[in-house]
Design a protein around this ligand. Structure first.
Ligand code: CUK
Ligand code: CUA
Length: 623
């Protein structure tokens, strides 16, 4: 496309932004309010899951700046659980008990954007779910057997790993590219030195599924562009990752304008396998404990391809043959061919170097541009099982269905309102289901009963099983699910209770073994929780009483010996600002300094039996 087209598009875009920002989107403007009652009835039937039946899918939605993971059932859209990941959760004691407190590392905030399920051969395998923290540069793994966060790793040298997480085909790597460029090594550098001193970084983490531990294998050092949500190749393209860039202008202020100057930014293609090999051979340098490789030093490992103005997401098609970049500021979707790209690399079809990175000729890699009239602000692409792509249009508030092999636009449906991502059932796998897509909207406006000036976000459930999309329902969701993944329910196999393990450190499994050990000013309570009592010291006059001296360091090691599904016991200490829980068969430790003297009731905070109210004890702190 020519420059003048972009200018016209730019003006139209600006106009539409203002119209949409200031328009009063009353229900009367909604596209489908004339649905007949029979259509409403059939929609209701589609989402109704009667008692005794369960949903067909899990939807794992990121909790955005709450730092947590939201679990929904589909198609009912019922919220099932909040799983705390990056932020303490007083209800479950996450971040209060010793192990999870250590795992959180003192952080009280996280910004979780993109969940990624572990994959085997490009298909969700139902084992782990990975999460990124843009706020504090962390990556987490949630164990889908227990729905507990299993590990969190802090990533050095990063400036907000926004463009992840995504996994390679067999979860060899969990990739996390940065959004903000920063000087490497957490150093000071003036913004005047942006181009020289600031870098974009991609962290390539590994996760040991047996030990449930992350390690940082290597990091890539890239130009100080900004990277947006990226994807890994599949099948014939599985050695590659593709990332969109914006701010190739190197703007350091007023990015809204300054990072939107050029007609073209880039999609970057990186061969992660070549870089992994280089890392293994000890190439690059080690900074803050991380091996950093500059792909420019590894021949044939990095290429750039021009792409229309400030692209947002890039997604690889299920067959692994193409990748689709969404234009954001140029309202087109561009389909690129991996095969053509490989061919262009072979022929060295390079038009120039940008920051030392060879730039492939656009025409040699581009397969087609798709430009649905009036569809504005394409952000992300999802797929079905029939070769169709679904694009969220942030500005024109709709989803556009089109065929990525022919470029033909097939259908469009409004969303309520302004979708960021959408998530299709099994949408990131080699075999999407083609049944549902959920639009994750940034603005709910008039959708629900008002709760004041700030509203929840909203999600539209859309039936994509037919040729035409059918909007089925809208549900509120807490801010802010940037992205979600929808996984077939039968792939997820949670345990019912934690296995009884007599060798587990700090656990005891019988009332009579409950005892208290004192070592100097440390008091270790080896206790049990069961329906409906605590036993801290089997031999004491009052087995549910613990007396310590002011200033003692107190450890409550509590095992829940009720090996019965759903019988979780809580443990709150009145006036001590402490609460945690033990799930069936679990052992947890609460560690604190008894710095307040007095008499403090302990009670079970999680309803567990008819005598739950009686499940209590006392902590006495002597002066
Ligand atoms: S980014 Cu594109 S709308 Cu964080 Cu995935 Cu939110
Ligand atoms: Cu135990 Cu309530």
């Amino acid at each position: 496309m020519k420059k003048w087209i972009y200018s016209i598009v730019g003006i139209l875009f600006g106009l539409l932004v203002s119209i949409l920002l200031f328009a009063d989107l009353t229900p009367g403007n909604k596209g489908n309010n004339e649905e007949s009652s029979s259509a409403n009835k059939s929609n209701a039937e589609k989402v109704y899951v009667p008692y005794g039946k369960k949903d067909d899918y899990y939807m794992f939605a990121s909790g955005g700046h709450s730092g947590q993971l939201f679990v929904y059932g589909l198609p009912s859209m019922r919220k099932i659980r909040t799983v705390p990941v990056f932020t303490p959760d007083p209800a479950t004691g996450y971040g209060f008990d010793k192990d999870t407190k250590k795992m959180l590392g003192g952080y009280t905030w996280g910004d979780f954007h993109h969940p990624a399920n572990s994959e085997t051969k490009g298909d969700y395998d139902g084992k782990f779910l990975f999460a990124n923290d843009v706020g504090n540069n962390r990556v987490a793994a949630v164990d889908l057997k227990t729905f507990h966060t299993a590990d969190i790793m802090k990533l050095p040298n990063m400036g907000g790993p926004h463009a992840g997480v995504f996994v390679t085909e067999n979860t060899e790597y969990i990739a996390l590219p940065t959004r903000f460029a920063r000087p490497i090594g957490d150093k000071y550098a003036s913004l005047d030195k942006y181009k020289e001193e600031y870098k974009g970084v991609v962290s390539m983490a590994k996760f040991d599924q047996k030990k449930k531990k992350f390690s940082l294998d290597y990091q890539m050092v890239l130009p100080p562009w900004s990277y947006d949500l990226s994807d890994a190749g599949k099948k014939s393209s599985s050695d590659w990752i593709v990332m969109t860039t914006y701010n190739t202008e190197f703007a350091t202020t007023n990015l809204e304008i300054n990072a939107s100057q050029k007609d073209r930014d880039y999609v970057v293609m990186i061969n992660w396998k070549k870089l992994a090999q280089a890392a293994k051979e000890g190439k690059g340098t080690v900074v803050n404990g991380a091996r950093m490789i500059d792909p420019r030093d590894v021949k044939g490992s990095i290429y750039a391809i021009p792409v229309a103005k400030s692209p947002h997401g890039v997604d690889v098609t299920p067959d692994g043959k193409y990748f689709v970049a969404a234009g954001k500021l140029a309202p087109i979707m561009t389909v690129f061919s991996f095969e053509k790209a490989f061919h262009a690399m072979e022929k060295n079809d390079v038009i120039k170097e940008e920051f030392g990175i060879p730039v492939l000729k656009y025409e040699s890699v581009m397969e087609r541009e798709v430009d649905p009239p009036g569809a504005l602000g394409p952000l992300h692409t999802q797929f079905d099982d029939k070769g169709n792509a679904y694009n969220t249009m942030f500005i024109s508030s709709e989803i556009v269905k089109w065929n990525y092999k022919t470029g033909k636009v097939i259908d469009r449906t409004p969303t309520y309102y302004s979708p960021g991502h959408a998530s299709a059932a099994e949408g990131d796998t080699v075999k999407p289901d083609g049944k549902w897509i959920v639009a994750l909207n940034k603005l709910a406006k008039d959708n629900f009963l008002s709760v004041g000036p700030s509203h929840p976000e909203s999600m539209d459930l859309i039936d994509i099983s037919g040729n035409k999309m059918k909007h089925v329902m809208t549900a509120p969701v807490d801010p802010e699910p940037h992205y979600a993944q929808i996984v077939k329910a039968d792939k997820i196999k949670p345990i019912n209770v934690y296995e009884k393990d007599e060798k587990r450190p700090f656990s005891i499994w019988s009332k009579k073994d409950a005892h208290i050990e004192r070592k100097g000013n440390e008091v270790h309570v080896y206790g049990i929780a069961m329906r409906s009592k605590y036993v801290f010291d089997a031999k004491a006059k009052r087995p549910d009483e613990v007396t310590v001296n002011k200033g003692d360091k107190v450890f409550f090691h509590i095992t829940n010996i009720d090996l019965d599904e759903d019988i979780t016991h809580g443990f709150g200490i009145n006036d001590y600002d402490l609460n945690f829980e033990v799930q069936p068969g679990q052992t947890n430790t609460l560690e604190f300094v008894a710095d307040k003297e007095g008499t403090f009731p302990i009670y079970c905070t999680n309803f567990c039996s008819a005598l739950h109210q009686e499940m209590s004890g006392y902590l006495l702190v002597k002066p």
